[in-house]
Design a protein around this ligand. Structure first.
Ligand code: SIN
Ligand code: MN
Length: 260
């Protein structure tokens, strides 16, 4: 799947794209079955919420289940990413952020690049975050909020928040968020299950807690150009995979093929 010239321009202008219904109901059902299998595993790559203990994020998924090994090579993700960032991209991080009904906690205001740069030594903000909604995401169940156009501020000052949630994060200072909000409108990224998002490494984003009775699970693949690879390898592999093999697209129906 190729992005049109208009969509490419929109990405460069806004810093993100929302692609409704990119994956079908059958494909989402297959992904949701694989998600349940991952959540049931007692695996250190399942990071739990501080207060409730429910899974907050399940990581390293392509190494844990064949369905996700296929998904990171899906042409509807890989082809647009290559259009935006070139041919040689490796899978830096593969996870599902769950945000469980009633229990799912916030993701503070941040740019993904802050973590990639400070923790993993990634030189430039070239990684792309590709999301697929595995539940309907509405204004009620903790959608991502994007400051539209905030990527144009470049990499901004951050501090390392190790206390607010169970997931340590380099977060944007409040004064900077206020400044960004003066010119960048805030939008909630919502849509039916199967909707995809693509956003860049400097887009300022976050998401509120989920006090609704509805789960909000979102698959996330981060692809980074091989020539922009990590230069530090202090973190566990599931935070930043060390395998720099470029992803190659499979067939469009790869998710619905029988297991090998
Ligand atoms: C979220 O799952 O709400 C936040 C994810 C992200 O920061 O990429
Ligand atoms: Mn993020």
């Amino acid at each position: 799947m190729k992005l049109s010239e208009e969509r490419l321009e929109e990405f460069h202008e806004n810093g993100f794209l929302v692609i409704p219904d990119l994956f079908s109901a059958d494909e989402v059902a297959e992904l949701r079955r694989a998600m349940q299998r991952a959540f049931e595993q007692d695996d250190p790559a399942n990071v739990r919420e501080k207060k409730s203990g429910v899974v907050r994020t399940a990581m390293g998924l392509h190494l844990r289940d064949e369905v996700f090994a296929r998904l990171i090579r899906h042409p509807r993700l890989v082809e647009p990413a290559k259009q935006l960032r070139g041919e040689e991209l490796y899978a830096q991080q593969v996870k599902i952020n769950v945000k469980a009904a009633f229990e799912g906690e916030q993701w503070q205001w941040h740019q993904d690049f802050a973590t990639h740069h400070q923790d993993d030594g990634v030189p430039e903000p070239l990684a792309l975050n590709l999301h697929i909604f595995l539940d309907d995401v509405t204004e009620f169940n903790g959608p991502l909020y994007f400051f539209r156009g905030s990527h144009k501020f470049g990499s901004v000052a951050t501090w390392h928040d190790t206390v607010s949630t169970s997931f340590a994060l380099w977060v944007v200072e409040e004064e900077k968020v206020k400044e960004i909000a003066e010119t960048c409108p805030l939008v909630a990224a919502t849509g039916r299950a199967g909707t995809a998002l693509i956003f860049g490494d400097c887009l300022v984003h976050g998401s509120p807690p989920n006090m609704s009775p509805w789960n909000r699970s979102i698959f996330s693949l981060i692809l980074n150009p091989v020539e922009n690879a990590y230069t530090k390898d202090d973190r566990k592999d599931h935070f930043h995979h060390r395998d720099l093999t470029p992803v190659q697209a499979l067939a469009d129906d790869c998710l619905l093929q029988p297991a090998s």
